[in-house]
Design a protein around this ligand. Structure first.
Ligand SMILES: O=P(O)(O)O[C@H]1O[C@H](CO)[C@@H](O)[C@H]1O
Ligand SMILES: O=c1cc[nH]c(=O)[nH]1
Length: 251
């Protein structure tokens, strides 16, 4: 192992592309590897499954972080240290407001309801994506003919206290979601705001495209087969956007 290897991802600068995809579910890395050419599995330690391959000529690294902002930021931070310049989060979200199950939701910003991002930049700093990469994502989902929506996300740490009602949170989840929906927020996840802020702090570009897989108001889930098919479309769209994007100066 080279001394230049990342601490947890256990791979080196030569192993990664300038573009990366961040996913939660490690199974999505294996799905992604099957969609790329010449994919090489680099790491499985701690479940931070990572592979690098090619899509439309672009060398792309795909890493899984599991769940939550702290570990998503660790993975982004290590990949940025290895030389990755562009990140796309490809995951799933809960619907808020008018968003419907099965839609592909592009983040135009995210409410910072998690604690990790404040360790990078003060809470006044807005969690906004790289706009060129975001536009590439929107074009990719439109060209693929997918049902799409763009808007503001909200990202939280507490799945069973802030996102799914168990009676243990400080505020009823329905009230939180009602307040956010009335403010025009379109989706809730656990990582997007931290990914945007950590990327800004580290001087790299980031954007987020997620499949609306769970209804925030009823907790209805997409049927499994539909979700698997949609996750394949999600990966294709994210890869196409990275392959089409040009390096962004001065993020
Ligand atoms: O589908 P992924 O990318 O795992 O993301 C979502 O799924 C997990 C919660 O169900 C959280 O990590 C959330 O952000
Ligand atoms: O239940 C879900 C589904 C997607 N994303 C989340 O954060 N929660």
């Amino acid at each position: 192992m080279s001394s230049n290897n990342a601490w947890y991802l256990r791979c080196g600068p030569d192993d990664v592309g300038e573009s990366a995809v961040l996913v939660g579910d490690r199974g999505r890395v294996h799905l992604a590897a099957g969609l790329m050419q010449g994919a090489v599995l680099l790491n499985e330690d701690r479940g931070l499954t990572t592979a690098t391959g090619y899509y439309a000529g672009e060398r792309i690294t795909v890493s899984a972080f599991g769940m939550g902002a702290p570990i998503a930021a660790v993975v982004l931070h290590e990949l940025a240290g290895l030389g990755v310049r562009r990140f796309v989060r490809l995951g799933t979200v809960m619907t808020l407001g008018e968003t419907r199950l099965g839609e592909f939701v592009v983040a135009h910003g995210a409410i910072r309801g998690e604690a990790t991002s404040a360790t990078y930049l003060p809470i006044e700093y807005p969690a906004v994506p790289d706009f060129a990469l975001t536009r590439s994502l929107e074009e990719a989902v439109q060209q693929a003919g997918l049902a799409t929506r763009s808007g503001i996300y909200a990202s939280f740490d507490g799945f069973y206290t802030e996102m799914f009602e168990t009676g243990t949170g400080s505020e009823p989840v329905a009230e939180r979601y009602g307040r956010l929906s009335r403010a025009g927020v379109v989706a809730a996840d656990m990582e997007t705001s931290a990914v945007f802020i950590a990327a800004r702090a580290l001087g790299v570009a980031a954007a987020s495209l997620c499949l609306a897989s769970v209804a925030g108001d009823t907790t209805e889930k997409m049927p499994h087969a539909d979700r698997v098919a949609a996750e394949t479309q999600l990966l294709h769209a994210g890869f196409a956007a990275l392959a089409a994007s040009v390096p962004t100066a001065g993020v």
